[in-house]
Ligand binder design. Structure first.
Ligand SMILES: *Cc1c(COP(=O)(O)O)cnc(C)c1O
Length: 382
């Protein structure tokens, strides 16, 4: 079956008891057992819940994997992976990773004695060079945040395999619609389901998807032991989100491409960072590893200073001023004052996050309306 069909049918069988086309939402915390010490399929909702399982089954199918685990947030999912590491273990991570992942690695995992090296993963040779005998995990994100850097997942998988280390990919921006890292050789895919999978800015969630049964069992053990599971209501909404994921992501990507082409020629724009543009340094790799679109996130640098950029971000009306991303409503933010404000100015400069940078999460509105909204914001800072 095709992706779209699986998104609707796998894991979503009609209710046997009532015939309801949409499986019921199971909120029970505990389940009646066939006998003492005789476990049924479900016993306690931290360990397993039918509604959560339904979402996990569909997502596993979409990523081409043996199983998925759903968490309360994306960070809880990533934390489950870093919880498998021990003192002395080493992680190589891309430098363009999510700020929360940076904080988890440097302020939480580090307390357990885990060492971290950040490298510019857009050149896979940097990843290879950073691996030591203690390295257990390579963690990358593509497209990266907020510069939309592209990391070659297949090249990193080859390096990880050669050194017998796990490759984890935060695939939140790409979604399984555009990129399926497990098919490219990755071991673990992580999603913030808060973003495209939920898709409507109304839930928090995360997921891990893996190819290997033993790895799945190991991660499940940690998830059950630490308890950061996704609640049933969120799982129900995520199942609903998956049904329209392909349509949303393709359409939002199309709009993002069109906006990036228009911004590219605008005289108040210094440069546009979007992997769908031929001049983007990751364009060729993106063409190979992203199918049918380059994502709906795009950044661009204004010719104006910090104050002008701040004013621009505050002047749009359809693009709402907010962090987060991936939903049907378009959002705008200034990384220097918002998503990346916790970096000090020198660090931001080192990472190429300038004061003039604007990040857009392109939603499902009509492209003409979004363009007109940006145009009136440009006029406001002229
Ligand atoms: C939002 C996000 C996360 C963290 O997910 P939460 O659901 O907010 O915990 C991780 N990675 C990326 C790329 C994200 O955008």
């Amino acid at each position: 079956m095709h992706f779209r069909t699986r998104a609707i049918h796998v894991g979503n069988e009609a209710c046997k008891q009532t015939g309801a086309v949409v499986p019921p939402l199971h909120v029970a915390s505990t389940f009646v057992q066939p006998g003492a010490g005789d476990w049924g399929e479900f016993d306690y909702s931290r360990s397993g819940n039918p509604t959560r399982k339904q979402f996990e089954t569909t997502l596993a199918s979409l990523e081409g994997s043996v199983g998925a685990l759903a968490f309360s947030t994306g960070m809880a999912a990533t934390h489950c992976v870093t919880s498998m590491l021990s003192a002395g273990d080493h992680v190589v991570a891309g430098s363009d990773i999510y700020g929360g992942t940076y904080r988890l690695l440097h302020k939480v995992a580090s307390r357990a004695g885990v060492e971290v090296t950040l490298v510019d993963s857009t050149d896979a040779a940097n990843v290879a060079a950073a691996i030591t005998p203690q390295t257990k995990l390579v963690w990358i994100e593509s497209p990266g945040n907020p510069k939309m850097t592209i990391t070659d997942i297949a090249a990193c998988a080859e390096i990880a395999k050669k050194h017998d280390v796990l490759l984890g990919v935060d695939s939140t921006f790409a979604t399984p619609v555009l990129t399926r890292p497990l098919e490219l050789g990755a071991d673990i895919v992580m999603h913030s389901a808060t973003k495209y999978i939920g898709g409507h800015s109304d839930l928090m969630g995360g997921a891990l998807v893996v190819k290997d049964k033993q790895l799945f069992d190991d991660l499940y053990f940690v998830q059950n032991a630490t308890g950061g599971i996704m609640g049933p209501l969120e799982a129900f909404l995520c199942s609903r989100g998956l049904k329209t994921l392909e349509l949303r992501v393709r359409e939002q990507s199309r709009t993002a491409l069109e906006l990036s082409q228009w911004l590219n020629g605008h005289d108040q724009v210094k440069r546009v960072l979007y992997p769908g543009l031929p001049q983007h340094p990751g364009h060729d790799v993106a063409k190979r590893q992203m199918q049918g679109g380059f994502g709906a996130m795009l950044s661009f640098e204004l010719t104006g200073d910090f104050a002008a950029t701040k004013k621009f971000a505050e002047s749009t009306k359809l693009f709402q001023l907010a962090v987060s991303l991936g939903a049907v409503e378009s959002l705008i933010e200034q990384p220097a004052s918002m998503s990346h404000a916790s970096y000090d100015a020198a660090d931001r400069a080192k990472h190429g996050i300038s004061d003039g940078l604007i990040r857009l999460s392109v939603g499902l509105e009509a492209v003409e309306d979004l363009q007109a909204d940006l145009e009136q914001a440009f006029k406001a800072i002229e």
